[in-house]
Design a protein around this ligand. Structure first.
Ligand SMILES: Nc1ncnc2c1ncn2[C@@H]1O[C@H](COP(=O)(O)OP(=O)(O)OP(=O)(O)O)[C@@H](O)[C@H]1O
Length: 215
């Protein structure tokens, strides 16, 4: 079963890792979204994803310079990195909300995206009274326990291998719920691997950073 919603000029080709899978590949400045796979692995994959935006003054700003990642099915992976390194933008590209300037994206459908700011998530005026009430309760629960939310995601991911998730966070303590993690810096994915490796990598970087200051 494949779902694709691409427009513009994209090329259908074979996944380089797995010739049995079809994918859409972007060409610079052409629209890409997509994916579809008849085979179970991976759930989410990006290769050489780049995205530039043009500012109001006409300056071309590279936001994603070279991002590659691979999330196996039925797993919860976390995406970490300093403020402004491009985590949210990469997620939007993976979810099909933004079109990369180049690179390839593979996602097993269906795919959903939870915005950091819930105001961006739902056209609230279209919900019924009962639905609004449920949203309010969910919001209250989420506020009451941020760790409760990650635990709930962990539970649904572990429930049968059909759900996979990529979770953006700044909180190293959340890594204990993850199957693996990806670290980004300055628009690039720097390292991807098991939680202990990535955690050590980040802590080493932080230690080096704070070592510059005499505290
Ligand atoms: N449409 C846009 N126009 C101009 N700059 C943009 C645009 N979209 C993203 N950026 C810039 O790209 C960079 C990456 O933004 P992004 O929100 O993806 O970072 P992030 O890693 O999610 O940050 P944070 O952890 O602070 O939420 C930022 O410097 C941001 O200002």
């Amino acid at each position: 079963m494949a779902h694709a919603f691409a427009g513009g000029t994209s090329a259908i080709c074979r996944c380089p890792h797995d010739p049995g899978r079809a994918a859409l590949v972007s060409r610079p400045r052409h629209r890409l979204c997509v994916l579809a796979s008849s085979l179970p692995t991976p759930a989410i994959e990006g290769q050489g994803v780049e995205l530039s935006v043009t500012t109001r003054r006409g300056r071309v700003l590279p936001v994603l310079k070279d991002c590659s990642l691979r999330v196996p099915p039925g797993q919860l992976w976390m995406l970490l990195g300093p403020n402004g390194c491009g985590k949210s933008t990469l997620l939007k590209v993976l979810a099909g909300f933004l079109n990369p300037s180049s690179g390839t994206v593979y996602i097993n459908r269906p795919c959903s995206y939870v915005f950091q700011n819930p105001d961006h998530q739902r056209p609230i005026q279209t919900l019924s009274g009962g639905q609004k009430q449920r949203v309010a309760i969910a919001g209250a629960l989420a506020e009451a326990s941020k760790m409760g939310v990650i635990k709930a995601v962990r539970k649904s991911v572990g429930a049968g291998g059909e759900v996979s998730a990529l979770w953006v966070t700044h909180r190293l303590e959340e890594l204990r719920y993850a199957d693996g993690a990806i670290y980004m810096e300055d628009g690039q994915t720097i390292i991807q691997g098991d939680v202990s490796t990535i955690s050590k990598y980040i802590k080493k970087k932080q230690a080096r950073y704070f070592g510059h200051f005499e505290l």
